[in-house]
Write a protein that binds this ligand. Structure first.
Ligand code: NAD
Length: 487
């Protein structure tokens, strides 16, 4: 399918109660960050549309919770198969609305699709416990139940995977959902909703609202006592605000928030592997990943060689529109993102850092920033404290292991850490000492549908994926009955 045919095939309406309906707040326009051109106008939801979406999720909740786990699992499995069939369409759509190179968009289709398969399989494995109480007077039954209607809010950087990572476990657990994708990249979610409709998902189980006024439309949904769960992926700043709102009703929440990943290279590391890992951990998704390595903390004896080698590789990267052959670095999502990256780099340089390659905005249509390597970044620089969310690899030096750990943990975030060492005992010490929800030991990408993804500290609450992921959408019930059942 070519670009125009694909864009025409994407629904331009809200999906509420199994029907595609217009939004009552006019239109929302989506642009291609590689060209700055508008690519599609879609429905813009109002507060009333948001309420209608929650009404639909509430109306469908009991029937969906009572649907056989196998039936829920089979719908997810069909959705997985359809994602494979429509792989090229999803990849192109993500490149068009978000900017990532097509090869990476394809990788996201694989990763995002896997949540459908994984949780389709998990749907039939929801289990409990049964046992005698310690006193020997009764039986204790522990069972799992769907939490009820959920509100799922997703970011723009992984338009498919961030949606499936929430939708698949929620549906597998027997919950109905209202999904609100980011206003910058809503098309992938709309196209995915259509796919779930094709996979046979009953009306009202999944509802999608797209809106340019996220705060206004979301607040009443979060305040509604019929909502039982809020799952959010996005910035820590917005997550904090949503947690405050959720506290009113003591709403269950999952929060996948920002990161500031350290990438530690010890003097005994395999430098070839460390360079490969660094390029992946930094430049995948144009640096716009919560898991992106933000601070390269490199032993002073190998720092110059590491910096020179990554800079050489970065010089060979090709910047351009993600649809073009050979492009490895797409545009940043918008002008604000470019300004932020430029400001962080300016601050680092003003404090004494040196740019080895890149360092500038690119003056062409679209919102591009050169892939950059900056070294000798001084303590206290903003770039070490804030998420860069762009293609800038920033290096600091350390002298011994304790210093590396201290620098790595010196952040309010704790999502993921990367460590390169050939010393197994040191690797184990790093697992114990780094304050992090996830760790890549001699590897630059950790994401996997079968693994629990999530952070500690201000990187969030809860886990997505793995055996843990479905429990975010289940509540535990304990029943006591005298032996034998009190009858
Ligand atoms: P963001 O916080 O600006 O927006 C995320 C979502 O929240 C979007 O859908 C947005 O429309 C919505 N939103 C914004 N304000 C809102 C409000 N007041 N009420 C309700 N919804 C609101 O984040 P972003 O710029 O889209 O994404 C980038 C951020 O997401 C980065 O900080 C990144 O680290 C984080 N992220 C985290 C993970 C993770 O799994 N931990 C994954 C991807 C991205």
């Amino acid at each position: 399918m070519d670009e125009n045919a694909l864009l025409a095939a994407v629904p331009d309406r809200l999906f509420i109660g199994g029907r595609w309906v217009p939004g009552s707040a006019g239109l929302l326009t989506v642009s291609d960050p590689a060209t700055g051109r508008e690519i599609k106008s879609i429905a813009n939801a109002s507060v009333e549309d948001g309420a209608a979406a929650l009404d639909a999720a509430v109306a469908a909740a009991d029937a969906w919770a009572a649907t056989a786990p196998r039936a829920r699992g089979e719908i997810l499995r069909r959705a997985f198969d359809l994602v494979q069939q429509r792989r090229d369409e999803f990849a192109l759509l993500m490149t068009l609305e978000m900017g990532k190179p097509l090869a990476e968009a394809n990788g996201e289709v694989t990763y995002g699709g896997e949540f459908l398969r994984w949780f389709g399989e998990e749907a039939v494995r929801i289990s409990g416990r049964y046992g005698t109480n310690p006193e020997g007077t009764g039986r204790m039954i522990v069972s799992q139940h769907p939490v009820g209607p959920c509100f799922l809010i997703t970011p723009w950087n992984f338009p498919l995977a961030m949606a499936t990572r929430k939708i698949a476990p929620a549906l597998a657990a027997g919950c109905t959902v209202v999904v609100k994708p980011a206003e910058l990249t809503p098309l992938t979610t709309l196209y995915f909703a259509k796919l779930l409709e094709d996979a046979g998902l009953p009306a009202g189980v999944l509802n999608v609202i797209t809106t340019s006024t996220s705060g206004r439309v979301s607040a009443p949904i979060i305040a509604d006592p019929r909502l039982r769960k809020l799952s959010f992926t996005g910035s820590t700043e917005v997550g904090r605000r949503l947690l405050q709102q959720a506290s009113e009703n003591v709403l269950r929440t999952s929060m996948e928030l920002g990161g500031n990943a350290p990438f530690i290279v010890f003097d005994d590391a395999d430098l070839d592997k460390a360079v490969e890992g660094a390029l992946l951990a930094k430049f995948r998704n144009i640096g716009e990943a919560c898991t992106a390595a933000n601070r390269f903390i490199v032993h002073e004896s190998v720092a110059d060689e590491f910096a020179a080698r990554v800079a050489e590789r970065v010089k060979g990267m090709r910047l351009g529109r993600g649809t073009d052959d050979g492009v490895t670095i797409g545009p940043l999502i918008n002008q604000e993102a470019v300004d932020k990256v430029a400001a962080l780099l300016d601050d680092a340089v003003a404090r004494g850092a040196s740019v080895l390659t890149g360092g500038s905005r690119v003056h062409r249509a679209g919102t591009f920033f050169e892939p950059t390597v900056v070294t000798d970044v001084r303590p206290g620089s903003d770039i070490l404290r804030e998420e860069i969310f762009g293609p800038v690899l920033s290096i600091v030096r350390f002298a011994d292991e304790d210093e590396a750990v201290r620098v790595a943990n010196d952040t309010e975030f704790g999502l993921v850490s990367y460590v390169f060492t050939r010393d197994l005992a040191r690797g184990q010490r790093m697992i114990d000492r780094l304050q992090t929800g996830m760790m890549g030991l001699n590897v630059g990408v950790v994401s996997n549908a079968a693994a629990p993804f999530g952070g500690v500290k201000q990187s969030g609450l809860g886990r997505e994926g793995g055996l843990e992921g479905i429990h975010e959408y289940l509540s535990t019930k304990y029943t006591l009955t005298p032996d034998p059942f009190g009858v």
